[in-house]
Design a protein around this ligand. Structure first.
Ligand code: SAM
Length: 193
């Protein structure tokens, strides 16, 4: 970890990094337009890699647990069936985000079927946010990718899949063997139910 922090320092010294913020996702996203107003809306891209919908309390000390944000409680005390923060993040990205975003998640059909998560194919800001903050009605593209370097792949449990969801312009989002359509995940859900 110390080595990774030193590396961040080197990037900063080389002018390859302008800022490092350590704060909750919502404050971070809300502060970007304030600090980098000139780059909004098209010259900023947020990459978000939130805790997985499943199993995240086992993986991260600070998962999207019941208490929200960065809970003080030990991991074992978290109530993982409370998915509130996943819904809050989706609500923010689908309705209020002022710049482009790309999001990675575990490849769960419910993520793409639930209208409170990422079922929509277009952002849907309200009129006030459109007019006052300039929030756009960007298209939302979704792809499935295979992770080649995960622990599950190394342990022979098969390659894991993730979904990428993004408001990058559709013409820039590839559709090929590496960035596949999400229909395979949705079909497997339809056959199993
Ligand atoms: C999937 S991991 C990200 C891994 C990272 N992309 C990397 O490659 O090291 C999810 C991260 O979200 C962080 N996290 C949890 N709750 C958060 C919150 N409310 N705001 C910001 N980050 C949060 C966790 O600490 C965890 O490091």
């Amino acid at each position: 970890m110390a080595e990774r922090i030193r590396y961040v320092g080197q990037l900063y010294d080389a002018n390859r990094l302008v800022d490092v913020w350590c704060k909750d996702w919502k404050n971070t996203l809300a502060d970007v337009p304030e600090w980098y107003a000139d780059l909004i809306p098209d010259r900023v891209l947020a990459y978000l890699d939130p805790p997985y919908l499943e199993k995240s309390q086992k993986l991260y000390q600070t998962s999207f647990g019941a208490q929200g944000g960065y809970p003080d409680a030990p991991v074992s005390d978290l109530q993982w069936d409370d998915n509130l923060l996943h819904y809050r993040l989706a609500e923010y990205l689908n309705h209020r985000m002022q710049f482009r975003w790309i999001l990675s998640y575990d490849a769960k059909p419910e993520l793409l079927l639930d209208s409170g998560l990422y079922a929509a194919n277009r952002m849907d800001p309200n009129r006030i946010d459109r007019e006052l903050l300039g929030v756009k009605r960007w298209n939302i593209a979704k792809r499935v990718v295979t992770l080649r370097y995960t622990a599950s792949a190394r342990q022979g449990r098969g390659a894991a899949e993730e979904v990428l969801i993004t408001t990058l312009p559709p013409s820039t989002v590839p559709l090929n063997d590496d960035f596949r359509s999400v229909s395979s995940i949705l079909k497997s859900e339809a056959t199993s139910s």
